[in-house]
Design a protein. Structure first.
Ligand SMILES: [Fe+2]
Length: 218
C-alpha cells in the first residue's frame, strides 16, 4: 500500500509540472519467430522494431509540438498537430493491441476454449468458422490500408465485425481482436496473396486475451 503511494507520487508531480511520460514499445510475450509459419520472424521483427517504433517516435514528437503550442496559446499550431497525433497515436494503440492479440500455436494461439467469448461468438455468428469467413470478407474489402476488428457493442452487448481506415483506432466498439491489414504486415511473406495471410493469422490469434477484454468490458 505504502510502496504504491510512494511510487505514484512522482507521477502526480510530473503531471502537475506538465512533464509528459514518453510512449514506448510494449514488451512482447513471445519471440519474433514464434508465430511462424503464420507470420515470419522477419516480418515480426521489422513490424515491431521499425514500423511500430516509428509510430511511437512520431507520436512523442507530435505530443511535444502540441505541448509547445498549448504553452504558447497558439491554437493554429495546436490544430496542426492533431492529424499526426491521430495517425501515430492510432498506430501505437492498434499495434499494442495487435501484439497482445497474437500467441504462438504451441502457447494456445488459434484455440478458442470454452467460456464467455466462445458463447458470444456462437450466439452472434453461429460458429468460429462463420466468424472467420465474415471477418476475412471484410478484411478483403478494405481499400488501401486499414484494420479489421471484432468489437463489442456496449449498448447492445453483441459482437460485431468492423473495419477502420489507415491507423484509425476502433472507438465505436470495445476492441477484442484487431487484425492489421496493412501491406507491411504480410507482403514480405505472402506477396499479393493477402487472402492467405488473413486465413493463416487465425492460427495465432490469442482468443484468451480477447476473452479477457470481453470480460473486462462487461
Ligand atoms: Fe502494422
Amino acid at each position: 500500500m505504502f510502496a504504491i503511494a510512494r511510487a505514484a507520487a512522482p507521477i502526480k508531480n510530473a503531471t502537475r509540472m506538465g512533464v509528459r511520460a514518453k510512449h514506448t514499445l510494449p514488451s512482447l510475450s513471445y519471440g519474433f519467430g514464434d508465430l511462424e509459419p503464420a507470420i515470419s520472424g522477419q516480418i515480426m521483427e521489422l513490424h515491431y522494431t521499425k514500423h511500430h517504433q516509428t509510430y511511437v517516435n512520431n507520436l512523442n514528437a507530435a505530443e511535444a509540438s502540441l505541448s509547445e503550442a498549448l504553452a504558447k496559446g497558439d491554437a493554429k499550431a495546436e490544430i496542426s498537430t492533431l492529424k499526426a497525433i491521430n495517425f501515430n497515436g492510432g498506430g501505437h494503440v492498434n499495434h499494442t493491441l495487435f501484439w497482445a492479440n497474437l500467441a504462438p500455436a504451441n502457447q494456445g494461439g488459434g484455440e478458442l476454449g470454452s467460456g464467455p467469448l466462445k458463447e458470444a461468438i456462437e450466439r452472434d455468428f453461429g460458429s468460429l468458422e462463420e466468424l472467420k469467413t465474415k471477418f476475412n470478407a471484410q478484411l478483403a474489402g478494405i481499400q488501401g490500408s486499414g484494420w479489421g476488428w471484432l468489437g463489442l457493442d456496449k449498448n447492445s452487448g453483441k459482437l460485431a465485425i468492423t473495419t477502420t481506415a489507415n491507423q484509425d483506432p476502433l472507438l465505436s466498439h470495445i476492441p477484442l481482436i484487431g487484425i492489421d491489414a496493412w501491406e507491411h504486415a504480410f507482403y514480405l511473406q505472402y506477396l499479393n496473396d493477402k487472402a492467405s495471410y488473413f486465413k493463416n493469422i487465425w492460427n495465432v490469434i490469442n482468443f484468451e486475451e480477447a476473452q479477457k477484454r470481453l470480460v473486462a468490458a462487461k
